[in-house]
Design a protein around this ligand. Structure first.
Ligand code: PBG
Length: 329
């Protein structure tokens, strides 16, 4: 691979001037690379800060247009909607997920009405924002049951598709759900709804602030290790991705992001399909708090995001996406 040697070969030559560094750079970031998560709350005219995620807010539906206007102006291709519903609407089976007047449904309708196809809408398919126990699936005799959960996920998918969601993102990690959701969508005429599978999703402590943001933290009494992956494994991630592709996933997600760059790279190299990375809430909070405390300067944001591109990610879900104009400047 190395075709010369010092002193006639000097790698610093290409680095000497800014124009030369720009000319030889291998990875770039643009607004096209970002998906912006938006947290929703009920009510009107509220913008709530989230203590564990400095700079991130929950919005009522009538306040999201400002955020989306700016995202469109900046060239962000897609938003991802996450609801924080009232505790009294939560129950064991997460039935609010199937209510056609729930927060996510109302937001989809509002965004589609206002923006048509100027920006894509992605919605999680999972029950955790809706269940009283905070798990992504149904519980029977202390187990998260797989196949019964899928039946609910199918209905949640169909409902979100009917409302106008463009990209369904199952984040539940049940076995076999991609195939079943694809089949149900096709049967109901939703052939064009895309599926972004959270295929390699690890049981991670980096999700802490998110659970706070959607209000599932207090309710969750145990971990998610019986369905999300063990962070010691990478072969298993390849199996998860292979299965989801076979079942009909259009795109796959690796999550969390930065601690799993090896997985992003392997998935991209092996499967040659669109791979997305999720820079999750814990990553965001660590970086943002460190910047606030002046332990590092804010250039670490671009550096952390570029790592995903270098590893092979096509796009990044990031809580920084709402400020991407400033970050890329
Ligand atoms: C729900 C879901 C989670 C995240 C996205 N969708 C949390 C979890 O699985 O507990 C985490 C996102 C983040 O931490 O930013 N299935």
């Amino acid at each position: 691979m190395i075709t010369g040697k010092y002193p006639n070969l000097r790698l610093r030559r290409n680095r000497k001037q800014s124009w030369s560094r720009r000319l030889t750079q291998e990875s770039t970031l643009s607004p096209n690379d970002f998906i912006l998560p938006i947290f929703l709350i009920d009510g009107s005219n509220k913008k709530e800060s989230i203590s564990s995620m400095p700079g991130v807010y929950r919005y009522t539906i009538n306040r999201i247009s400002k955020v989306i206007d700016r995202a469109i102006k900046n060239g962000i291709p897609m938003v991802a909607l996450f609801p924080k519903i009232k505790n009294r609407l939560k129950n064991e089976i997460g039935s609010e997920s199937l209510n056609e007047n729930n927060l996510v449904c109302k937001a989809i309708i509002e965004i589609k009405k206002r923006y048509k196809n100027k920006i894509g809408i992605m919605c999680d398919v999972a029950l955790d924002p809706y269940t009283s126990h905070g798990h992504d699936g149904l519980i029977r005799s202390n187990q998260i049951v797989n196949d019964e959960t899928i039946e609910v996920l199918i209905n949640q998918s169909l409902l979100q598709a009917e409302m106008g969601c463009d990209v369904l993102a199952p984040s539940d990690m049940m076995d076999g759900r991609i195939g079943k959701i694809r089949k149900a969508l096709d049967e109901k005429g939703y052939q064009n709804v895309q599926i972004l599978s959270y295929a390699a999703k690890y049981a991670s402590s980096f999700y802490g602030p998110f659970r706070d943001a959607v209000g599932s933290k207090g309710s969750l009494k145990s971990d998610k290790k019986t369905y999300q992956m063990d962070f010691r494994n990478s072969d298993e991630a390849m199996r998860e991705v292979a299965l989801d592709i076979k079942e009909g996933a259009d795109m796959v997600m690796v999550k969390p992001g930065m601690p799993y760059l090896d997985i992003i790279k392997s998935v991209k190299e092996k499967f040659k399909i669109p791979v997305f990375a999720y820079q999750v809430s814990g990553e965001y909070s660590l970086i943002s708090n460190a910047i606030q405390k002046k332990l590092v300067n804010e250039d670490v944001v671009v550096e952390s995001l570029m790592a995903f591109k270098r590893a092979g990610a096509n796009a990044i879900v990031s809580y920084y996406a709402d400020r991407i104009d400033k970050i890329l400047k």
